[in-house]
Design a protein around this ligand. Structure first.
Ligand code: FES
Length: 164
């Protein structure tokens, strides 16, 4: 099975593990228990790494493949934690026609992660997003609460450097 490991090493605590076991015990005998357990697991850990999916798989005796399939299918589940700095690249039409795709690729290349992933040091995660309503500034990206408009591929390195 081609399971994707998070780029960030798993660091779940005992307390989180105990909480998860409790949630599983509470729902175990319910019909359709899997989705609510996965949702609560994501709340406990902040995301749903493969290690947590394995715990759920063992406890419920449901194949990991099935849980992984659900986790990757529904966008409400995140297999990777968010970074300290969350970069969002607008891929709405106005931004896209002004080169958002190239900017996206530049971030990807410099950070060496894919869409939705986080750098191994936990510093940056990035994602594409829909129009954020600032089309006059296209192409636009945001990093946490900072907004950068009319940026070019050549600006990307300098923007990242501000957060280093
Ligand atoms: S399309 Fe990017 S802000 Fe509207």
């Amino acid at each position: 099975m081609g399971v994707k490991q998070s780029t960030v090493p798993f660091a779940g605590t005992n307390e989180q593990y105990e909480k998860l076991l409790k949630v599983i015990a509470e729902h175990k005998d319910d019909k359709g228990a899997l989705m609510p357990i996965m949702q609560e697991a994501q709340e406990i850990y902040g995301y749903l790494p493969i290690e947590v999916q394995s715990i759920i798989s063992n406890e419920l005796d449901i194949p990991l493949e099935k849980i992984y399939g659900i986790a990757t299918f529904y966008s409400q589940f995140s297999l990777s934690p968010k970074g300290k700095y969350v970069i969002s690249i607008c891929m709405g039409t106005a931004c896209y026609v002004k080169g958002a795709g190239d900017i996206y690729n530049k971030f990807k290349e410099l950070l060496n992660i894919s869409d939705g992933e986080c750098t191994p040091d936990g510093k940056f995660s990035f994602d594409s997003c829909r129009c954020i309503g600032a089309c006059g500034l296209a192409p636009v990206i945001t990093i946490n609460d900072d907004v950068y408009g009319k940026i070019t591929v050549d600006d990307v390195e300098g923007i990242l450097a501000k957060y280093e």
